[in-house]
Design a protein around this ligand. Sequence first.
Ligand code: NAP
Length: 308
Amino acid sequence: MENRKLGRTGIAVSALGFGGGPVGFLGTEQEKVTEILNFLLENGVNFIDTAAGYPGSEEAIGNAVSHRRDEYTLVSKCGQAFDDLEGEAWSAQVIGQTVDRALRRLKTDHLDVMLLHSCDQEVLEKGEAVDALVKARDAGKIRHVGYSGDNEAAVYAAGLDVVDVIETSVNICDQLNIEMLLPEARSRDIGIIVKRPVANAAWKGVGQQPGFYANYTTTYAERFAAMGIAPGDLGFDSDAAWPEIALRYTLSQPGVTTAIVGTTNPSNAAKNLEAVAKGPLPDAAIEKIGAAFHSAESASGAQWTGQR
Ligand SMILES: NC(=O)c1ccc[n+]([C@@H]2O[C@H](COP(=O)([O-])OP(=O)(O)OC[C@H]3O[C@@H](n4cnc5c(N)ncnc54)[C@H](OP(=O)(O)O)[C@@H]3O)[C@@H](O)[C@H]2O)c1
């Protein structure tokens, strides 16, 4: 497994990471989460992303691998209000409590990075939320402060001296951050975690995914259909190649550190390891995917912005 430096944090992290959204939102059984995470750790993946807002995800990860805590870089997210916590969204009060709760749920004494979970730029400008994470960092509860978000707000976050890491959407159906954010992030040596790196399996089509994901994946599925590209155009044999094409595309973008694929399926975890081992996608395929995105975006008459 290729390791890459998470920007100025200096932490070496695997190009493939684990995204803990689906196991939370879909309520994946503990046994399966334990199987997937231990399998990934044994095969060189050393990066785990979760959030206070993914129901049960922090707990499941803590139960699965906290006994191996020194083998992975751990990221969670905070900022939203919760019924069992006091304080309003993005307040220092709620963020402080969410950090402490994440440590308990993840059964650890520190997080490597805590991200503000998709707040608007106004929240960043106000300063209270960022300052609350700086306080947690100074207390040794988190090692680095970060932001999860897209477009102009992510560019604004990249300009803040205390923000070492940004989590953002980059994939075959989500390319604005490649132009808008990645060059700025590279110039400031900010680590980039890519969320939604296989475009939520957009090739499956609108409404074809379970639970919460049925609606959440619609924008990408519609963009994918409008892009009208086939694996044959990119030098691949069949539709079965889409997960590999999508993952290698994301990891080929300069400035990307790690792609945190969300999976609830041990066999997909194994396939993603194989895909990453093949390295960057050939330049011709990258160019065709870029051209298909831009031409379908122009035909749509609207800017295709980075998706939360
Ligand atoms: N605002 C935020 O901060 C934010 C927003 C979104 C996501 N995230 C983070 O980013 C992570 C990744 O995003 P995501 O989970 O939304 O999207 P994703 O990783 O792009 O896609 C996940 C989907 O791809 C499927 N998949 C994965 N590997 C596959 C393979 N080899 N073959 C076929 N299908 C495959 C999964 O199905 P199976 O379960 O069947 O494998 C799941 O339906 C999340 O887990 C979360 O940690 C953060």
